[in-house]
Ligand binder design. Structure first.
Ligand code: GLN
Length: 191
């Protein structure tokens, strides 16, 4: 199983470590030519969504990746990655891949609660440790988007078809359940 990790900026190495511990092979997407290869899954890591969005366009990687996601490529998106998938962002006009019908709020927790850690229930996975770093949350979702977890009355994890989007950073905690869940999504994928 080959999983491509977007490696333009942000917390991508931690995802690679986790996925490799679970038996997957990771490749890094850094430039357009990296998209010549085929892969079974995609990780959009945390970082800064504005920077990632700009680089994706400048490096001419955007359209190819958007099409793959639309065509059903299993995708795990965390934090900034979740923002890239949203089709509406409340505090800015610019959107990116727009492949999940949901409205997100960037830097939603303000300054004081910018970063925090909690352990909460996630649908199908039980208790999961969650590290939030200047995180977004999801204000609302459209039909078809499955809400997997809510923390403090805010939606912070969803699945929409082939896409798993999380406001927190599962790659920063010991727990492997999210990455295992994603690997199982790839195994079940019929694309
Ligand atoms: N605040 C970042 C953004 O708006 C996301 C932070 C993160 O990925 N940890 O893109």
């Amino acid at each position: 199983m080959k999983i491509a990790v977007l490696a333009l900026q942000g917390a991508f190495i931690e995802h690679e470590k986790k996925l490799e511990q679970l038996g997957a092979t990771c490749i890094e997407l850094r430039q357009k030519s990296d998209l010549d290869q085929d892969f079974d899954g995609l990780v959009l890591p945390g970082g800064e969504s504005t920077v990632q969005g700009k680089l994706l366009k400048e490096l001419e990687m955007f359209d190819d990746l958007q099409k793959r996601i639309q065509d059903g490529l299993p995708t795990l998106a965390t934090c900034a990655g979740l923002i890239l998938l949203a089709d509406r962002i409340v505090n800015q006009d610019q959107t990116y891949f727009s492949t999940i019908p949901m409205t997100v709020k960037r830097n939603a927790y303000g300054r004081q609660l910018g970063s925090f850690h909690t352990i909460e229930e996630m649908k199908g996975l039980g208790k999961v440790p969650m590290t939030f770093i200047r995180a977004p949350y999801i204000e609302s979702v459209q039909e078809g988007v499955d809400i997997l977890s809510e923390v403090n009355d805010h939606i912070i994890a969803v699945q929409y078809k082939n896409q798993l989007a999380l406001a927190f950073h599962p790659e920063l905690d010991e727990n492997h359940s999210i990455h295992q869940y994603f690997i199982n999504m790839i195994k079940k994928s019929t694309r």
